[in-house]
Structures are given as C-alpha cells and as structure tokens.
Design a protein around this ligand. Structure first.
Ligand SMILES: Cc1ncc(COP(=O)(O)O)c(C=O)c1O
Length: 392
C-alpha cells in the first residue's frame, strides 16, 4: 500500500515491487561489511550476444539516435515475425508485432487496451508479481486461482473453468513460469484450450519470455501452436531480456492480432513512444545471430537447478517440484516452517545468514520462497548451505 492522501484511486492499493525493500536491506548489510548473497535476482548472470554488443556500437557510430516508429523499426518487427515462424511454426507478419519497452510494457499496454472497469482477469498463482498490479492499474479485478506444489503448480482445466465468469476478459498464462520454473506441455495446453474455446469473450495472454531457457532437452510449447483457432484472441509476450541477457536494454515483443497490435502501438505512441533506438538494433542483431550463449547459459542453469534439487529436495517437509526452465526454484516450506511465515523466514535468512530470497507471498503463494539460481556456482553453494542452516 502506498501511503498518501490525494493519489488517484487506481494507485491506492498498488503494491511496490516486493524485491525492492529486500534488495535495499541486502545492500545496507553489504555496506556494513557482511557477505550477502542474493538469490533474489530476476536476470541472467551472462552477457548479451557479442553480435548484439557490436550492433550497439555500430548504431552509435552511425548516429542512429533519433525517434523510430513507436511500434519499432520495421526490420526488427519483421525479424520477430520471422523468428515466430522459424522457431514456433506460427505464421506471423511484421504488422502483428509491436516492439515495446521490455516485456513489461507489452503486458501493460495489452491490459490497457483490453480491460474495462468491472472486467476480471484470471491469473493462476504462483504468478509473476506484476500481473495482478497491472490488471488493477487498468481498472480490472484480478481473480487469483491457486495451484499446488504437488500438481507442479499447474492450473487444471477444471480450475480454469470454475474461475471464468461472464465478466472474465483475460486469462494470463506463463510458461515457463516465473516464479516456479514449471512449463506446460502441449497436452496440458490442449486441455486448457478446450475450456477457453467455450468462452469467446476471453482473451489469452501467453507470456513466453522464458521459452528459450529450458533444460534436459525439453521442447517449448505455445498455446498458439496447440490451438491455432485461438490465435485471433491470443497475444504472445516475448523479448530480449532473458534469452539474450539484455535486461537493462529494455526490448520486448508483443505478437498478436493486427487490430489489437494497432491499439497497443497507439497507446505506446501517446506514452513512451519507441523503446531505445540503439537497443532495437541490438535486439535485431541478437535475433539474427547464431547465439550459442543461450545453450551455454541453459547448461549452467540446469547444473545449478540440479544442485538446488539435491540440497533442498531431500529435506523433510520441503516440497520442491523439479523446475524445467527459467532460473528459479520455488520450494514450498509450509510443512517445515514453525511459528513463522515465509516473510519472517526470508527476513531471518537475510539478517542471520546474509542470504536474500523472495517470499512466496509476493507471488500469491504464502509458505513458499523463490530461489533464483542466476548466480555463480560457488555463491549458490554457499547460499544453499546457509539456507539449510536457517531451515534448522
Ligand atoms: C514472467 C515475466 N514476464 C515478463 C517479464 C518482463 O521482462 P522485461 O520487461 O525485462 O522484458 C519478466 C521479468 O522478470 C518476467 O519474469
């Protein structure tokens, strides 16, 4: 809750990012000389593709520093469309793509374009922290549907059907998932599609920003591949932040039906305009390069994921479904924690052991914590030792 008297109704219940306070405290402890390890990070610890860095220098040298079209440079929109076709087999043209200020703005513009007050947005929990807040900012009501660790945090078709009402306007799907690392298989997406087919008013946003970060040879499945008939009311969210390790450069992609993309581009044209011109050229180079950095990163993440599973998976009262992608593990500690909730545990872990992880409550899943393993192996090892000690 943001304090103050005279703010607009839409921000009265806005929750600031849960990790901010945590990171501030971690920084404070570091200043005091403590060795603090943060497993709270939401970005890969790997550099962008070399081709992207070279393209950035080149764009600067060329003086490519002016406004671009709000929806992005045509070459990049075209390259994203071609990538959708090449990698997912989804037919797509450049005018079905909008280039945004990170995946975040793609999601935000989508909600502004679709939602009216009174509309409901179905969001499975654990969810990425921004979905409910964005829905509320757009005037709509988030309808949170819990899932369980035993079911690998996956939403069942029955639970989806039960959550949809005549007011439902949007369903948020995120695979691979932040915060759980879970991914839906094609079969599971097929079952969810069956439910969605019966509700033509409901749009689907499929946040696939982690789709290239998968382990053990797992293949990504998109709902648009599985249910092409739903493409006319589905928007895919993708971007350069995670796969291409370009978080600070702020390049996201929205891929969806032309009329909606036009509206989203118009919203962008009246708010931020284009994302950074140079960053767009960098994203273009990243897409067009043979980037073996992704494979190297996935290998490291898979190795670290295995360590987290080895260390925490065997502890009594810790339920930890095996993450299949992204760089997060999401253990459910509720059977283990005594006399303290997830927030108290995370606070104690930071104060006593100097390890930062994000409480599950921030993701709508109290009793759990999110561990990011986008840190060096040695740091992870040390952090896990401290984590186990704090668990007692
Ligand atoms: C699930 C999910 N979607 C979207 C985003 C937005 O990423 P960005 O705006 O950095 O592209 C993130 C970033 O953490 C995420 O985890």
């Amino acid at each position: 809750m943001i304090g103050g008297m005279a703010w607009a109704a839409r921000v009265r219940d806005l929750r600031p990012s849960a990790t901010l306070a945590l990171n501030a405290r971690a920084a404070e402890l570091r200043r005091q000389g403590r060795h603090v390890i943060s497993l709270a990070v939401g970005e890969p610890d790997f550099p962008p593709p070399k081709a992207a860095l070279a393209a950035g220098h080149e764009a600067l040298d060329e003086g490519f520093t002016r406004y671009t079209p709000a929806a992005g440079i045509p070459e990049l929109r075209k390259a994203v469309a071609a990538m959708m076709q090449r990698e997912l087999g989804i037919a797509c043209s450049a005018d079905e793509v909008v280039i945004t200020v990170g995946g975040k703005q793609a999601l935000f513009n989508l909600m502004l374009a679709l939602l009216d007050s009174g509309d409901e947005v179905v969001i499975p929990a654990p969810y990425w922290v921004s979905y409910p807040e964005m829905a509320r900012l757009a005037g709509a009501r988030p309808v949170i549907v819990p899932t369980q660790a035993e079911a690998h945090f996956k939403l069942s078709p029955e639970a989806l059907a039960a959550a949809i009402t005549p007011r439902t306007r949007l369903f948020v799907l995120n695979s691979p998932s932040n915060p759980t690392g879970m991914r839906y298989t094609a079969e599971e997406l097929g079952a969810l599609s069956e439910v969605l087919r019966a509700h033509p008013r409901v749009w689907i946003v499929s946040d696939e920003i982690y789709r290239k970060i998968l382990f053990d040879g797992a293949q990504h499945a998109s709902i648009v591949q599985v249910a092409p008939d739903l493409a006319e009311r589905t928007v895919i969210i993708d971007g350069a932040s995670k796969a291409y390790r370009m978080t600070g450069l702020r390049v996201g992609f929205a891929i969806g039906p032309k009329p909606l993309m036009r509206v989203m581009a118009a919203i962008q044209g009246q708010s931020t305009s284009n994302t950074c011109a140079i960053a767009q050229r960098m994203a273009l180079a990243a897409i067009q390069s043979e980037d073996d950095g992704i494979a190297e990163m996935c290998e490291a993440f898979a190795r670290r994921r295995n360590r987290v599973l080895e260390v925490l998976g065997g502890i009594d009262g810790v339920r930890l479904p095996k993450p299949e992608g992204a760089f997060y593990a999401f253990p459910d500690l509720s059977a283990r924690l005594q006399n303290e909730d997830d927030v108290a545990f995370c606070t104690r872990l930071l104060e006593e052991e100097g390890v930062a992880v994000v409480p599950g409550s921030a993701f709508g899943a109290p009793g759990c914590v999110r561990i990011s393993y986008a840190v060096a192996d040695e740091e992870l090892e040390e952090a896990l030792t401290r984590f186990v000690r704090a668990l007692g």
